[in-house]
Write a protein that binds this ligand. Structure first.
Ligand SMILES: Nc1ncnc2c1ncn2[C@@H]1O[C@H](COP(=O)(O)OP(=O)(O)OP(=O)(O)O)[C@@H](O)[C@H]1O
Length: 276
């Protein structure tokens, strides 16, 4: 459903962030993008929805090539790509409900978006999504009253209410503690499965990626160094991706934690909310 062909991004500074990346993702597949700082992970994700303009190459979302779209065409196609950010990107002074509904802005006309009047079916869907992520009781709270994990759940609802085909997820857990990080990763992966959604999750934490996804792509210096199953991430492969970084210690630290909640999926909403 997503195909990148020889995708190149060279910034004005001369930094070559992506070097002819080829990547194909079938419908419903959740892929973790790993790699050291500066490898090009954020650039790759942002070139797909053209928050960053690729220098050359093609991005195909189903049968549409995105790099050649006009701004109107791009706006319509962006509805099909939900984005989840590291820093949540919520409007702090709006309520949880208003933040979720803002995910529909790409669909409503100018006046409706200007006055923030949304159709009832969008409001109903927002309630359903908030219920699903365990935040129903928080619908009227202001975003700035929420914890990091709760904010990220709002960010997830805002992306999903767009009814996207693809989720672009940029470091969703980088600002969260380890337990909340696992809850958020599990939630994203479960929701993708429920909805048959494809996703690219840019994630620093290799252990976390291995816990939840079936495919891992490792970037190094803007090129794909590894593309395979999590269990194929051997020490040699990780060294090839990360260099001589002490990645082994990081993985052991996470796996040694005595509490690994819900290893077989199934987000416990009550526990999730009270734990946040
Ligand atoms: N706006 C920009 N202008 C110039 N160079 C940039 C810009 N954004 C990123 N780069 C450069 O492009 C390369 C890839 O950066 P990118 O942020 O995509 O990497 P990353 O793998 O996401 O890193 P991190 O994990 O630290 O976020 C780096 O060399 C970076 O310095």
């Amino acid at each position: 459903m997503l195909r990148l062909k020889k995708l190149v991004k060279t910034y004005k500074t001369g930094d070559q962030a992506l070097k002819a990346v080829d990547l194909e993702i079938p419908q419903g597949q959740v892929l973790a993008l790993i790699g050291p700082s500066g490898a090009g992970k954020s650039t790759l994700i942002r070139c797909i929805n053209r928050l960053v303009e690729p220098s050359s190459g093609e991005v195909w979302l189903e049968d549409t090539e995105l790099t050649s779209l006009s701004s109107g065409g791009l706006r319509r196609k962006r509805r099909e790509m939900g984005m989840i950010f590291q820093e949540y990107a919520l409007v702090e002074r709006l309520t949880v409900m208003e933040n979720v509904l803002s995910g529909r802005l790409g669909y409503v006309g100018f006046w409706r978006s200007f006055t923030r009047r949304y159709p009832q079916e969008s409001v109903d869907e927002a309630f359903r999504l908030l219920d699903r992520v365990g935040l129903l009781a928080m619908a009227d709270k202001r975003a700035d009253e929420l914890s990091g994990g709760q904010r990220q759940r709002v960010g997830i609802c805002r992306a999903l209410i767009q009814n996207p085909k693809l989720l672009l997820v940029d470091e969703p857990t980088a600002s969260l503690d380890p337990k909340t990080s696992r809850q958020i990763m599990r939630l994203i992966c479960e929701l993708c499965e429920e909805r048959g959604l494809a996703a690219i999750i840019n994630i620093h934490d290799v252990a976390l990626a291995k816990m939840f996804v079936q495919r891992v792509v490792g970037l190094r210096f803007g090129a794909i160094e590894f593309d395979g199953r999590p269990e194929e991430l051997t020490p040699d492969v990780l060294t090839a991706i990360y260099g001589e970084e002490d990645w082994e210690a990081t993985i052991e630290k996470v796996e040694d934690e005595d509490e690994v909640d819900h290893p077989h999926g199934g987000f416990d909403e009550k526990a999730g909310v009270s734990a946040l």
